[in-house]
Design a protein around this ligand. Structure first.
Ligand SMILES: [Fe+2]
Ligand SMILES: [Fe+2]
Length: 288
């Protein structure tokens, strides 16, 4: 019998250089465990780096390579705000008399393109030309065809609209692209998984202080994003950003927040997809 497709998800690694030996050892342990357990695919839902350094991406790439995960059909990554925005630099160079928001937005887009080019093996299978967001991966496993639809949800830093760099927004052109008739046609008959870094739901508390900060973390155009996910028939959306392992449903779509590998480095999400289109999700731990 064809076994179900097993997809693991980790998120928010926040790698900060090679000095953090324990975290890197835990990463080795995680990838080894996923190999031994026979996972078909791994998704990393953003914030690979803590301070937007390419060196951190290199560490992630090297770890994936050394465990045999650095292949298009084995791993998918998207960028998080910490990958694309260097908050200290933004603040240092910000000049209130000369805000140049358009330039800042362009720089953020270019950084997203750098991310896709850097990880082009995982985005396009190695071709440089189309290594950008949004990207679609159609993967054929014996039990099912999986379509991963990945968007960039990182919103450029702005002193008024995005002061912490943590607020998300998906460019409307990306949403238009993924809902185009050609993409819909390509996705037909597959199990569709949406992927971005930011959360659809902001889980604050009733405390006023939390509520005051909620807007700084939210996905600005979450309603449009959800609408697009419904339109393409996404069954599951994977994301991170909130550093909490949680699931919730909206409009019949299951959302999985992959938590944070940095703060819980043995925990990960397991998605099992059967040939009849049914699926299960649970959080699991690497045995110690
Ligand atoms: Fe994060
Ligand atoms: Fe984040």
């Amino acid at each position: 019998m064809k076994h179900d497709v097993h997809i693991a998800q980790i998120s928010d690694l926040h790698i900060a250089g090679s000095g953090e030996g324990r975290q890197l050892q835990d990463f080795d342990r995680m990838l080894e465990h996923l190999n031994v357990s026979g996972f078909d695919h791994l998704v990393i839902s953003g914030d690979l780096s803590d301070r937007g350094r390419t060196e951190d991406w290199e560490i992630v790439r090297a770890k994936l390579e050394s465990h045999g995960w650095y292949h298009w059909e084995k791993t998918t990554v998207v960028a998080g705000n910490h990958d694309l925005i260097r908050l200290e630099e933004e603040m240092r160079f910000y000049n209130a008399l000369n805000p140049l928001q358009g330039l800042r937005a362009r720089a953020c887009r270019q950084r997203a393109e750098s991310f896709c080019r850097f990880f082009r093996e995982l985005v396009t299978g190695g071709d440089d030309a189309d290594a950008r967001f949004p990207f679609i991966k159609m993967m054929h496993f014996p039990a099912a065809t999986i379509g991963i639809v990945a968007c960039n949800s990182v919103h450029a830093w702005s002193p008024t609209d995005n002061p912490l760099g943590a607020r998300g927004n998906i460019d409307p052109s990306e949403l238009r692209a993924i809902t185009s008739p050609e993409v819909q046609e390509a996705l037909a008959g597959s199990f569709v998984i949406g992927l971005c870094h930011h959360a659809l739901k902001v889980y604050g508390t009733d405390r006023l202080l939390d509520q005051a900060f909620d807007w700084t973390m939210e996905l600005k155009n979450r309603h449009e994003f959800l609408q697009a996910m419904v339109e393409i028939g996404a069954r599951v959306v994977l994301h991170g950003h909130f550093h909490r392992f949680q699931t919730y449903r909206a409009e019949g779509v299951e959302f999985v927040n992959g938590g944070s590998f940095r703060y819980a480095s043995s925990r990960y999400s397991v998605l099992r997809i059967a040939g009849d289109g049914s699926f299960t999700q649970e959080f699991a731990d690497v045995p110690s």
